[in-house]
Design a binder for this molecule. Structure first.
Ligand code: ARG
Length: 458
C-alpha cells in the first residue's frame, strides 16, 4: 500500500502507477529533496515537534541515502511514485517510527516547490558560468581580429562597413542581458515555500525562519496558497532560456551564412563540423544548425509550461507534476548547446580577404558621402536625395559608385569636391565612425578592453 494509502481499500494497478509516476524524471531532484528534508528535520527537532534524537537519526540516515543514490545502490520504482516517496520510504525502512516523523508539518505540495527552487538555484549558477564561457570565446575571437572589416547588413543587404569584432561583441551584449535575466529569475526563485503545508500552513508550531536560514533563502513566501500553486519562477527561467536560445539561433544563422560558399567569410575547424554521407566535398556547420533547431524545442518547453499553468484553479493540482519535463529539457538543451558552442567559436578561422572584398563594395560608402554633404551644410534629407541620385546615375552609366569622376559627381550635386572621392575606403569609413557604441577602431578596441575586464580575461 502506498504511503498515502490509509483511506484506500484497493491498491492502484500497474497501469495507473505507470501513468501517475514521476520518479522516472524527478529523481534528478534527489540531492535537493534530501537537503530540504534535512533542514526540515532539524527544525522539527529544534522546535520540539519531534524528539531531537529522531531529528538526528533522520538527518544521519538521509546522508546515507544520498550516498546510496550516488553509488547507484538505490532502487527506483514506479510503485513509489516520486522522489519524495522514495526517500521517505527508505527512511522508514531504515528507522521505523523515527523515519515516519519526517513528513510532519509538510506536504509534497510545499516539498516539491522547495525541491525545484533549490535545484534551479544551482542550475542557474551552472548556466551562467557556461554563458560567460561563451562570452569569453566571443571576446577572445574579437580580440584576435581587432581590425578585420566586413560588410554590415540590414535586410541581409550590404549596409555599411563594420568591424568583425563589433559584430561579435553585439552578441556578447545580448548574452549579457541574458545573464541579467537569469540573475533576475534567480531572485524570485530564491524564496522559501516550505511551511505552506498542503495549502493553508500547519497547526504545529514550526519555525520557518529556522529553515530559511538553514537553506540560505533570503526570503520566505508570505501566502501558503500562492506558494504551493506558484510555478511563475519556472516560467520566468524558461522565458530567459527561450530568449537566450533565440540569441543563439540568430548567431547560428549568421555563422551558417558566413560559412556558405557565397559568403566564404570563415570556416569552423574540422572538429566542429561534419560531412555528408553522399557528397564527398561537404563540410557542414551542423553544430550551428542543430543549435538553431533546438531553439524551437526550448520555445516549446516554455509554451508547454505556460499552457500547463493557465487553467489551474488554486491551489496545487496534479497537473503541476508535468512542469518538470519541459523545465529539465530546456535546461539540458541549453547546457548542451553551451557545451559545444565556445569550442566552435574558438576554432573559427576567418577569410579576411573575402570579408574585406565584400566590404569594398562602394555602395557601402553612400551614407559617408551623404554625411560629407551634411558637413558642407546640406540638410541631411536633401543630402540623402542627392547621393541617391548619384547612385542612380552610376547605375545608369554602368559604373561602380567609386568610378564616378568629380565632374560627373558635380553634375549631380554642385557641392561635390575632391575629398568625397577619397571616401571610398572601407578602412576610412570604419575609422570615421568614432562615436561611443560605433564601429570605429578605437571604440571597438575600448569595448574589447571593457569586456576583457568584465570577464577577467588575462
Ligand atoms: N510528484 C508530485 C509533483 O511533482 C509531487 C506533489 C504531489 N502532491 C500530491 N498531493 N499528489 O507535483
Amino acid at each position: 500500500m502506498a504511503l498515502w494509502g490509509g483511506r484506500f481499500s484497493e491498491d492502484t494497478g500497474k497501469n495507473v502507477q505507470d501513468f501517475t509516476e514521476s520518479i522516472s524524471y524527478d529523481r534528478r531532484l534527489y540531492k535537493h529533496d534530501i537537503m530540504g528534508s534535512k533542514a526540515h528535520a532539524a527544525m522539527l527537532g529544534a522546535a520540539g515537534i519531534i524528539p531531537q534524537e529522531s531529528a538526528h537519526a533522520i538527518r544521519e540516515q538521509l546522508d546515507k541515502i544520498l550516498l546510496r543514490i550516488e553509488a547507484g545502490d538505490f532502487t527506483f520504482t514506479p510503485e513509489l511514485e516520486d522522489i519524495h516517496m522514495h526517500i521517505e520510504s527508505a527512511l522508514i525502512e531504515a528507522l521505523g517510527d523515527e523515519g515516519a516523523r519526517v513528513h510532519t508539518a509538510r506536504s509534497r505540495n510545499d516539498q516539491i516547490n522547495l525541491d525545484i527552487r533549490l535545484y534551479l538555484r544551482d542550475e542557474i549558477r551552472i548556466i551562467c558560468d557556461a554563458v560567460k564561457a561563451l562570452q569569453t570565446a566571443l571576446v577572445s575571437k574579437a580580440a584576435a581580429y581587432p581590425r578585420t572589416i566586413m560588410p554590415g547588413f540590414t535586410h541581409l543587404q550590404h549596409a555599411q562597413p563594420v568591424l568583425f569584432a563589433h559584430h561579435l561583441l553585439a552578441y556578447v551584449e545580448m548574452f549579457e542581458r541574458d545573464l541579467g535575466r537569469l540573475e533576475d529569475a534567480r531572485k524570485r526563485i530564491n524564496v522559501l515555500p516550505l511551511g505552506s503545508g498542503a495549502i493553508a500552513g500547519t497547526t504545529l508550531p514550526i519555525d520557518r525562519e529556522f529553515v530559511r536560514k538553514e537553506l540560505d533563502f533570503p526570503a520566505m513566501s508570505r501566502n501558503s496558497m500562492d506558494a504551493v500553486a506558484d510555478r511563475d519562477f519556472s516560467c520566468e527561467l524558461l522565458s530567459a532560456l527561450a530568449i537566450f536560445a533565440m540569441h543563439i539561433s540568430r548567431l547560428s544563422e549568421d555563422l551558417i551564412l558566413w560559412m556558405s560558399q557565397e559568403f566564404s567569410f570563415m570556416v569552423f575547424s574540422d572538429a566542429y563540423c561534419t560531412g555528408s554521407s553522399l557528397m564527398p566535398q561537404k563540410k557542414n556547420p551542423d553544430i550551428a544548425e542543430i543549435s538553431r533547431g533546438k531553439t524551437g524545442r526550448v520555445y516549446g518547453d516554455l509554451v508547454a509550461l505556460l499552457t500547463l499553468c493557465k487553467g489551474l484553479p488554486l491551489t496545487y493540482n496534479r497537473d503541476l507534476q508535468e512542469d518538470k519535463e519541459p523545465l529539465f529539457d530546456a535546461i539540458d538543451t541549453v547546457l548542451g548547446i553551451l557545451s559545444v558552442y565556445p569550442g566552435m567559436i574558438d576554432g573559427m578561422k576567418l577569410n579576411e580577404k573575402a570579408m574585406l572584398d565584400a566590404a569594398s563594395d562602394p555602395g557601402l560608402i553612400a551614407t559617408d558621402v551623404a554625411e560629407a554633404l551634411v558637413r558642407k551644410g546640406v540638410p541631411f534629407r536633401h543630402a540623402h536625395h542627392k547621393v541617391g541620385a548619384l547612385v542612380r546615375y552610376a547605375q545608369d552609366a554602368g559604373k561602380a559608385l567609386d568610378q564616378v569622376t568629380l565632374e560627373e559627381m558635380k553634375s549631380v550635386f554642385p557641392e561635390a569636391d575632391e575629398s568625397m572621392l577619397a571616401l571610398f575606403s572601407p578602412e576610412r569609413s570604419v575609422a570615421a565612425r568614432d562615436v561611443f557604441g560605433g564601429t570605429g577602431y578605437d571604440q571597438v578596441a575600448s569595448q574589447i578592453t571593457y569586456w576583457k575586464k568584465q570577464l577577467e580575461l588575462n
